[in-house]
Design a binder for this molecule. Structure first.
Ligand code: NAD
Ligand code: TDX
Length: 336
């Protein structure tokens, strides 16, 4: 099988490329990635099966580049996106271009090339905040952040390609991922790397927002299962195994790292901060999905990975554009 993976230099995309090349010895991957601030070729360094992987630098919103990358492709797994909620609050324009227009360009090119399956990787955030219970795949989309709204818009374009053109799309909606190679702007890698440096973690609001944590390898296994066994036109939730408030998450990591409570600084809340996400993933389980990692053990391994791979994250945190982002997001008082 020849797969086009988009966003394969990012956190989840690179984990998927590594995992897939190892799992499927005959698989070939074309990795279309623009290498934005979040794309990093170092994420794929030293992987097994590298000879079956080719990185094409290009923009998913550019029809010519996409048409070229699509040649001879059997299936598409679409990860490329602007993915950070806080950045979408500062400026939503890139989210519209990449997440919405980019997805549409990919759908059109894949359809024109006769691609057999198209997996669109989406998020639990499209359902909006759920105070109680669990979101099911047919629930209404009520996104609250510009990021979530752009992902919901892309989900609807994917749905339209199925209904209008009978193009064989599949959608996954996953909860919060953690693991190696996550950009140190997201809560967990920011927390771990700050604490390795003895710097406080900035906790938004009252710290009682709830997220459901899934190890990135379990997410990759879920996406691969949907790619191979899912029914075209269907949406599949992929949930985690640890539904925790941010304060509870902090306590778990603090215990593993042995850092004092003084290394948490309360800061003003994120604007429009969703209180809770939770998804029902019984539909995915019916396809045969089981989590293979336990949260505590995977969290320990993740902390150990950032401890051992300072050479990976320190250059990222030291980059001028990243420092500019930290300053814009955390550097002034009042509401973000
Ligand atoms: P990321 O920000 O780490 O990586 C995104 C990748 O996309 C980068 O390599 C970047 O260079 C590339 N990219 C961005 N714009 C592009 C463009 N115009 N053309 C080509 N490539 C482009 O993101 P991530 O956390 O790995 O998330 C991957 C996907 O999974 C996203 O679609 C996201 O919405 C979804 N998702 C993420 C999570 C999570 O917890 N991180 C949870 C559920 C769903
Ligand atoms: O500095 C911080 N302080 C803080 O309290 C940061 C960066 C986050 N937080 C809180 C906000 C959230 O309640 O931690 C929680 C997790 O935040 P993020 O890591 O930014 O993740 P979230 O906003 O939940 O979105 C993530 O999961 C769903 C991904 O970034 C999305 O791409 C994915 O769709």
């Amino acid at each position: 099988m020849k797969l086009l993976v988009t966003g394969g230099l990012g956190f989840i995309g690179s984990n998927f490329v590594r995992w897939s090349l190892k799992k499927h010895p005959a698989l070939r991957i074309v990795n279309l990635d623009l290498r934005t601030y979040a794309g990093n070729p170092a994420n794929l360094k030293g992987m097994d099966g590298a000879a079956r992987h080719r990185w094409v630098r290009g923009d998913i919103a550019d029809p010519k580049t996409v048409a070229k990358a699509m040649r001879g492709v059997d299936a598409v797994v679409h990860f490329a996106a602007e993915s950070h909620v806080d950045r979408s609050i500062l400026d939503a324009s890139a989210f519209l271009r990449t997440n919405v227009t980019g997805t549409q360009v990919l759908l059109d090119a894949a359809r024109a090339a006769g691609v057999g399956r198209f997996v669109h990787v989406s998020t639990d955030e499209v359902y909006g905040s759920v105070e109680r219970g669990e979101s099911k795949e047919a629930d209404p989309l009520l996104p609250n952040s510009p990021y979530a709204a752009s992902k919901a818009a892309s989900d609807l374009m994917v749905r339209a390609a199925f209904v209008t053109h009978e193009f064989p799309v599949l959608v996954t909606r996953c909860s919060n991922n953690f693991g190696p190679y996550q950009f140190p702007e997201k809560a967990l890698p920011l927390m771990i790397t700050n604490w390795l440096d003895g710097i406080p973690f900035p906790l938004y609001g009252d710290g009682l927002n709830i997220r459901d944590w899934v190890h990135v390898t379990d997410h990759c296994r879920g996406v691969d299962l949907v790619l191979r066994k899912g029914t075209p036109g269907e949406v599949y939730n992929i949930g985690g195994t640890a539904s925790l408030t941010n304060k509870q998450l902090i306590e778990r990591v603090r215990r593993i790292m042995g850092v004092p409570p003084t290394l948490v600084t309360p800061v003003p809340d994120r604007k429009g901060h969703d209180r809770r996400y939770a998804v029902d993933c019984s539909k995915l389980r019916r396809l045969g999905f089981r989590h293979e990692t336990t949260f505590e053990e995977a969290l320990r391994r993740t902390v150990a990975w950032y401890r051992a791979n300072e050479a990976w994250w320190r250059p990222l945190k030291g980059r001028k554009d990243v420092k500019t982002y930290y300053k814009a997001n955390y550097g002034f008082g009042g509401k973000r």
